[in-house]
Ligand binder design. Structure first.
Ligand code: 5GP
Ligand code: ZN
Length: 147
């Protein structure tokens, strides 16, 4: 079997069924707010707050586990750039970055993306879990499995 990495660039870089590839290619509309050689950023169609945007690598990859390191670096740097801009231009009081990897983690579009979500004092967003002290033995067991 030919791995994706061995495919010619043009075949491996886009997925014909991917809406974000189509937005990056200009085949679907998108309110683009930032772009460079490796990334493009556009407004989320269902914003969590004012200015919510998505940053993606131009090259298709499904998720955090599959993205090439250089695309990940470029995408995170673009997210940082946009975080500064929403602060300066929209008056955001803070910024939440979100990446979901896998359906169970809420990923719904399978082209890697980082949500740049401007945060405002008093905005309605809430943590999706209730912070409470965990079982120390279980935390230690998980830590041991991760080392
Ligand atoms: P996920 O749930 O995968 O982390 O995020 C996917 C995001 O893409 C969602 O916030 C959703 O609103 C946004 N989205 C889905 N389809 C489109 C679209 O066609 N255009 C734009 N601009 N955003 C989209
Ligand atoms: Zn794609």
């Amino acid at each position: 079997m030919v791995s994706q990495g061995k495919l010619p660039r043009a075949m491996a870089d886009t997925d014909p069924d991917c809406i974000f590839c189509k937005i990056a290619a200009g085949e679907l509309p998108g309110a683009v707010v930032d772009e460079d050689d490796h990334t493009i950023a556009f407004m989320d169609i269902s914003p969590a707050t004012r200015g919510h945007a998505l940053v993606i690598p131009r090259r298709h990859s499904r998720n955090l586990l599959e993205i090439e390191p250089e695309d990940l670096t470029a995408t995170m740097l673009a997210a940082q750039r946009l975080a500064a801009r929403v602060t300066e231009r929209l008056g955001a009081d803070g910024v939440s970055l979100l990446n979901s990897c896998g359906r169970v983690a809420w990923q719904t579009v399978f082209h890697f993306h980082i949500h740049v979500i401007p945060r405002y004092d008093g905005d309605p967003l809430r943590l999706p879990w209730e912070p409470a002290p965990g079982d120390p033995d279980e935390i230690a067991a998980a830590a041991a499995a991760l080392r």
